[in-house]
Design a protein around this ligand. Structure first.
Ligand SMILES: C[S@@+](CC[C@H](N)C(=O)[O-])C[C@H]1O[C@@H](n2cnc3c(N)ncnc32)[C@H](O)[C@@H]1O
Length: 658
């Protein structure tokens, strides 16, 4: 029976495999510290192979370097032995929800999610510390002892982690921030789908450096843009320039693979689209249309609604001149549809080429006068207004968010506007996409995901990651009972979820003519809470791949006493590369507790005294994978019997032990 490995994948091994696939000649063998043979890259040969392109030695070259860069790349590729433990008490709808809230250092969490979410995340939004000279950042250096850290850094979080205030008197002020970001981005990139996108908020302090490392991690060609958010009115208090904006760097994992409909800018328009649809269905007269359009005034993009006073079978439209140029096209002749005569041309000629005019005529997009003596105009449909590509400069402030947080007694400084994140979500996320935010703060991203799902009946799922960073004892948050930032984030999701659901329910009760009823049960406002912790095993003196048969009995009893079957189940789910959001059913079968993950993807039982008759019941489910605890078997004979029985009853099932 196979043993599950109890740690995150070794990315160095994977990278070596990839190089081997490209250049098998450069793969050699070497001995590791225990004298065992392992694969390695012969760098001299690799250099030789790439000699035309490789920059060697200390020659000048174009790249961003800083002390610690190599170490952070090494760290990004090294496995860790941490795990996640579920926390039902803090979760909402644990069994049914597909959203996740993970508490812990995001680097560790990203590593832990490596197999389960490899290539599965459609969008990442992050809002990391901007390195303003006063931010806490997280430093991890496994070469140093815990004591050395405490001495050096002064602050310790709940997990004995290394939060420190990065001030500009730190000689490695930029380097530490860059290493912190670089190793996280390297690991995060692997989680993105091939058509995935990452959005990173940043300000002037590090935008230039961040852009360089993103160019390196994602590839310069995959840069979609650097957008500007105008966030607050200028206050006229700075000595030089009043900063009223920050940025968002947007990168695709692979631009070529991204076929999203970026043109559809659905920001704030789903309700609007509904109303326009109703207009058309109701066949209103001109006055009726005008009244309806006036109701749309709250959508600032349509401030010029007065002009949209026409409607045909293609929708509501305004008309614009087809001339207005000095040396336009004077050749194309347009025939008036009623009189059959050639219509008058604008003085300077048509502003459109012959081809374009023919297309406009064919698509009935020309508005004719009563006869040929009136120059026709082009119809501009409102619906085409809704399909614009996103702009490089946006205006979003956080007032609404600050109000929401304040009204709900959720003190959090500087949340991002949830409308802003929702705007990003509308650019390129769809029905069932997974959205990850690993600097989630007050969980604005989760709020935006739930809100957008409520608006367009989507089923996007979120993964929030947040360090349980302690709130300052003198802060409002602490006084309000929030010991950590993650406590604020979780509470915000609970309250925002309730608010969004109740708004959706009341909207459903007051449906207007032509509006589709919404299935409010579909809206997922729950989330499963997981927290990072040390491995479930008592001691790790071994590398899982080096386990010998005679060591197994020692390990069997080596699961930490405080670990519950659900803790073990979580680790198994992660090790098998299954998603943490899969539905889990807990069943009692012949007195044993059995977890059934997604019908038959995985069945586990971690009881000590298994009644072996349950094997038959489990085999009936024809599961893909079954996992038991090694200690559940009295001896090898029992283990072999179970394996044999599965082979007979459900030969496709893979049986494993931990
Ligand atoms: C600028 S805030 C994000 C604010 C968020 N966008 C919002 O609207 O509320 C950055 C957050 O990242 C968290 N953070 C910093 N380092 C982290 C780490 N290593 N792992 C997880 N979270 C971290 C901080 O605690 C902080 O709450």
């Amino acid at each position: 029976m196979d043993k599950l490995k109890m740690q995150t994948p070794d990315l160095t091994d994977k990278n070596i495999e990839q190089i081997a696939a490209l250049f098998p000649n450069v793969i050699t063998e070497t001995r590791d510290e225990n004298g065992n043979l392992k694969k390695a890259v012969d760098f001299d040969l690799l250099k030789q192979t790439l000699s035309k392109n490789l920059v060697e030695g200390d020659d000048e070259r174009y790249r961003l370097d800083w002390p610690g860069k190599k170490a952070s790349l090494f760290k990004a590729n090294t496995p860790i032995n941490k795990t996640l433990r579920p926390c039902r008490e803090e979760s909402v709808n644990f069994d049914a929800t597909e959203n996740l809230y993970i508490e812990g250092d995001n680097f560790e969490v990203l590593k832990i999610l490596q197999e389960s979410y490899l290539g599965k995340v459609k969008m990442i939004y992050i809002d990391p510390p901007y390195n303003t000279g006063n931010d806490f950042i997280y430093k991890d250096d496994f070469k140093k002892s815990k004591e050395e850290y405490e001495e050096e850094l002064g602050v310790e979080d709940e997990e004995g982690g290394k939060l420190f205030r990065n001030t500009d008197s730190n000689g490695r002020f930029h380097s530490d921030w860059l290493s912190m970001m670089y190793e996280r981005l390297v690991v995060a990139r692997d989680l993105l789908r091939d058509d995935g996108v990452i959005f990173i908020s940043i300000d002037d302090n590090e935008v230039h450096n961040l852009r360089k490392i993103c160019d390196e991690v994602f590839g310069e060609n995959n840069c979609i843009g650097n957008t500007i958010r105008v966030s607050s009115p200028s206050q006229n208090i700075s000595k030089f320039i009043s900063i009223m904006h920050d940025y968002c760097l947007i990168y695709a994992k692979n631009k070529e693979q991204n076929n999203g409909n970026w043109k559809v800018n659905k920001n704030n328009v789903s309700e609007f689209v509904n109303r326009v649809n109703i207009l058309q269905k109701e066949n209103l007269d001109e006055k009726g249309i005008e009244n309806e359009l006036r109701a749309l005034v709250k959508y600032p993009r349509f401030y010029d609604f007065d002009h949209y006073s026409n409607c045909d079978e293609n929708g509501v439209y305004q008309t614009v001149s087809m001339g207005g140029v000095s040396k336009g096209n004077l050749n194309t002749e347009i025939i008036h549809p009623i009189t059959g005569k050639v219509v008058k041309k604008p003085q300077g000629g048509w502003r459109y080429k012959d081809e374009e005019i023919k297309k406009l005529v064919a698509s009935k997009s020309i508005y004719y006068g009563t006869d040929e003596s009136i120059i026709p105009r082009k119809k501009l449909y409102l619906k085409d207004y809704l399909t614009q590509i996103p702009k490089g400069v946006n205006f979003f402030d956080s007032q609404e968010d600050v109000r929401f947080l304040k009204n709900n007694n959720l003190p959090f400084d500087f949340p991002k506007p949830f409308a802003y994140i929702k705007y990003f979500l509308t650019m390129d996320t769809y029905e069932n996409d997974i959205i990850l935010d690993f600097f989630s703060g007050s969980a604005t991203t989760a709020h935006a995901v739930m809100q957008l799902n409520a608006e367009d009946s989507g089923n996007r799922k979120f993964i929030m990651v947040q360090l349980p960073e302690k709130t300052d004892e003198n802060s409002e948050a602490h006084k309000a009972g929030y010991k950590t930032i993650s406590d604020i984030g979780k509470e915000r999701i609970r309250r925002a979820g309730k608010k969004i659901l109740s708004e959706l329910e009341s909207k459903t009760r007051q449906l207007k003519l032509g509006e589709e009823p919404v299935d409010t049960n579909k809206l997922d406002i729950g989330f499963r809470v997981y927290k990072t912790d040390s491995t479930n095993m008592k001691d790790i003196f071994y590398h899982p791949t080096e386990l010998k048969q005679e060591q197994l009995s020692f390990l069997e009893s080596n699961i930490k006493e405080d670990r519950t079957p659900e803790d073990l189940l979580t680790k198994v789910i992660l090790d098998l590369g299954l998603e943490l959001s899969l539905p889990i059913e807990t069943k009692k079968i012949l007195g044993n507790t059995v977890f059934i993950v997604q019908t038959n993807a995985l069945v586990v039982c971690f009881d000590n005294d298994i009644d072996f008759k349950i094997v038959d019941t489990i085999a009936d489910l024809k599961p893909f994978k079954v996992v038991f605890k090694d200690a559940s078997f009295k001896d090898d004979k029992d283990r072999i019997n179970v394996e044999e029985r599965f082979k007979r009853l459900s030969p496709e099932t893979k049986v494993t032990v931990i």
